[in-house]
Design a protein around this ligand. Structure first.
Ligand SMILES: [Zn+2]
Length: 294
């Protein structure tokens, strides 16, 4: 197995955490990681949280974030959750080659679930010429999310320094889906065994996905949390969380569910393979990564 792919099972479903690569967030484009990820955190509490996670604030100069997509083969459907960042950075856009290593051709994917419209989740929808990378797929997105990116709302609400990049990715990667797109506006079954969960806050129509087979469950949280510190401090939002007033409620609901139901969790930006369990500790939660045998 390559260290960019991680195979696992959820009941009878064959799943793979597939790396699209990594991206570095650092000044001058982004603030320092602690400020970027925990925009409203106060000094002393923040320093303590960073030290508890072995991230001395004075040394944490850049956040090298993994981008982790997911495939689920249910036996009837070959599903892909998010398409990675495409050409966003020098180390992104590895999804297609990593799928190939697993014997999955783009034509094999029949369902693409897009958790939200940020570049790192939709950037692999199209190739350099604007053609769909997954030509046989039905694409699924939350309706509010689609409208945010395609009806002029994003233009008005985005900060100037990120606006052009984000809109550029949306304009290139969303309109070509129109002919094979299903928009959903409530929690519903997407294919048998996969259910959409409302998770607004990171973006207006951000969605999580519950994957269930037999007694087992995987909760794909996407960007509900960006860093394990968000489990301990669910009220700390990031500079890229567009609806901060919703993020803590959404996090608490999904973290509580993951802990109570002892679900396996996939977090798109956590250290690869992004899989682990969420443990309730009083009012807080803790990340327990799975053992990968490395
Ligand atoms: Zn993301």
């Amino acid at each position: 197995m390559s260290n960019e792919n991680f195979r696992f099972k959820v009941g009878d479903f064959e799943c793979i955490a597939v790396s699209d690569g990594t991206h570095t967030y650092a000044p001058p484009i982004f603030p320092l990681p602690a400020t970027f990820l925990f925009a409203n955190a106060s000094g002393e509490q923040l320093e303590q949280a960073l030290r508890e996670h072995n991230l001395p604030p004075e040394q944490w100069a850049e956040w090298v974030s993994p981008y982790i997509c997911l495939t689920v083969n249910t036996g009837k459907h070959q599903v892909l959750v998010d398409t990675g960042a495409g050409s966003l950075g020098p180390d992104t856009g590895k999804l297609l080659q990593n799928l190939k290593v697993e014997g999955i051709a783009p034509e094999d994917i029949d369902t693409v679930i897009l958790t939200h419209g940020h570049p790192d989740h939709i950037g692999g929808n199209t190739d350099a010429g604007g053609k769909l990378n997954f030509p046989n797929a039905r694409y699924i997105m939350w309706q509010d999310e689609w409208e945010f990116w395609t009806s002029g709302q994003a233009e008005q609400k985005l900060d100037e320094h990120v606006r052009e990049v984000l809109l550029g990715f949306a304009r290139k990667n969303l309109p070509p889906l129109r002919g094979q797109l299903d928009l959903i506006d409530h929690e519903t079954e997407l294919v048998p065994g996969l259910r959409a969960l409302a998770a607004p806050g990171h973006t207006p129509g951000h969605m999580a996905v519950a994957v269930s087979s037999g007694e087992e469950q995987l909760l794909c949280l996407s960007d509900t949390v960006l860093h394990p510190i968000h489990l301990a401090q669910p009220g700390w939002y990031a500079g890229v969380d567009f609806v901060p007033e919703q993020i803590a409620t959404t996090r608490r609901r999904l973290l509580n569910r993951a802990a109570t139901e002892k679900a396996l969790v996939l977090a798109f930006h956590f250290p690869f393979p992004g899989l682990g369990h969420i443990i309730q500790k009083g009012e807080r939660w803790e990340w327990q990564p799975i053992e990968t045998g490395d």
